[in-house]
Design a protein around this ligand. Structure first.
Ligand SMILES: [Zn+2]
Length: 310
């Protein structure tokens, strides 16, 4: 399997110009292709002539090192994207990005310009920013690319915020991350699963993840038996007596119960809205938790009951 390490630069419009379907228009695609040993085999770097937000936004000018005049002779998105797909090639590959925003913006641009989608459903990728946190023993840490480069003492001999340079820096960091973390893939859900059969179900060893298709409304989602069910991630046993599904903010729902063999199991159901269909779907993660986390869930449950009765 190849790795396609991707980075984008984009421009935005003024508040008056902004299109909801594409708030950011891509003006540069940079990518590095790596083989299974993380050795570089090919590079891709193209500017893109903007067709919607044609002048560089003032706030963007401060960050991105690209001038209007650089873009005038570039090809439009449709052409550059088809070249990019050719670069990605026919052999299996997985995208690697710093954080998860690039793949969302790329898919928004693909949709707006009516190009061939990257994926029918959720797009599996490696979030190097997340894996770097795992590697640092701080799973929730999300460093900026500049900060991570600095922490590793990687020579900063290329300007940041040019797509291919940032992709190369991302590669430099990938090579310093223990490869055992590569199993912890992420999913970009710009496209959600079309139906029950194509839902994503993953067992990551210490936790499981389930990405559902869209439901007509939140209530039908929350009442769905498959979504409500609490299952031990270690043995797959159904846990019958658990806390009822509860929430403190209307977005994240929690439930908890005991597996007689493996201990306390917690499921978190995050309700999200599908951008294209405007309908809710859920990302459910289930893990075994320790006593301190168990107490914390119990406290949240008590709080949810007392806030209801107020
Ligand atoms: Zn179990």
């Amino acid at each position: 399997m190849n790795y396609i390490v991707l980075d984008l630069e984009w421009n935005m419009g003024s508040r008056r110009e902004e299109l909801k379907v594409m708030p950011f228009e891509i003006i540069e695609i940079g990518a590095v292709k790596l083989d299974e040993n993380l050795a570089e085999t090919e590079r891709f770097s193209r500017l893109i002539r903007p067709q919607v937000y044609k002048r560089m936004h003032w706030a963007n000018k401060k960050v991105v090192n690209i001038e209007n005049s650089d873009l005038q002779d570039a090809e439009g998105f449709e052409m550059v994207y088809s070249e990019f797909l050719a670069f990605c090639g026919d052999d299996p590959y997985i995208f690697c990005t710093w954080g998860d925003t690039d793949l969302t913006e790329l898919q928004r641009n693909i949709y707006y310009f009516d190009c061939l989608p990257l994926s029918e459903g959720p797009l599996e990728f490696l979030d190097i920013q997340k894996l770097n946190g795992y590697n640092n023993g701080a799973p929730k840490e999300r460093l900026s690319l500049e900060k991570a480069v600095e922490e590793y003492g990687i020579p900063e001999n290329k300007g940041f915020h040019r797509a291919v340079n940032d992709a190369v820096y991302t590669v430099d960091i990938m090579k310093r991350i223990d490869r055992k973390y590569e199993i912890f893939t992420s999913f970009n859900t710009y496209h959600t699963p079309a139906d029950t059969e194509s839902e994503v179900k993953r067992d990551y060893g210490t936790y499981t993840k389930h990405i559902t298709h869209c439901f007509p409304d939140k209530m039908s989602l929350l009442h769905n038996k498959r979504i409500k069910a609490l299952t031990c991630p270690a043995c797959g046993r159904k846990i019958k007596k658990g806390l009822p599904l509860f929430t403190l903010n209307g977005k994240n729902y929690l439930t908890m119960g005991e597996c007689t063999v493996h201990g306390t199991v917690k499921s978190k159901i995050r309700i999200k809205k599908d951008e294209l269909q405007g309908k809710p779907y859920a990302i459910k993660t289930t893990r075994l938790i320790n006593d301190a986390e168990k107490t914390s869930v119990e406290e949240k449950y008590q709080k949810s009951i007392s806030s209801k009765s107020e």
